[in-house]
Design a protein around this ligand. Structure first.
Ligand SMILES: [Zn+2]
Length: 114
């Protein structure tokens, strides 16, 4: 009779297991396949981006990834090869999140024939 008592007790223990842990693992795995999981954080503002500029930004001559928005302009002066005000800046190429299908092409600046 002992074994029978254990058999009826076992399902109760199983039922008491937290089901949340298993479903959460599944969710995390799903999230990792989304493009945002492959984006890199900007070295300066820490905001993950799908397109970053790889460049040296200071005397440490470390290659950093900075976002193409405000931060890149801060470190480069808005000039791809840097300007006199940013002697440590060195352009090292673009980094693109291949999973996001984004383009790193710069928008063409149209000259208004003034
Ligand atoms: Zn940034």
């Amino acid at each position: 009779m002992h074994s029978q008592a254990e058999a009826t007790f076992a399902p109760d223990i199983h039922h008491g297991q937290p089901e949340g842990s298993a479903s959460r693992t599944k969710k995390d795995r799903k999230r990792n396949t989304s493009p945002s999981a492959y984006s890199k954080p900007c070295h300066l503002c820490r905001v993950p981006s799908d397109v970053l500029v790889r460049c040296q930004i200071d005397s440490s001559l470390q290659w950093q990834f900075v976002c193409t928005k405000k931060c890149w302009k801060d470190v480069s002066g808005g000039v791809v090869d840097g300007d006199a005000a940013h002697p440590f800046y060195k352009y090292g190429g673009m980094w693109k999140n291949k999973h996001a299908g984004v383009s790193a092409k710069k928008p063409k600046v149209k000259k208004t024939g003034k």
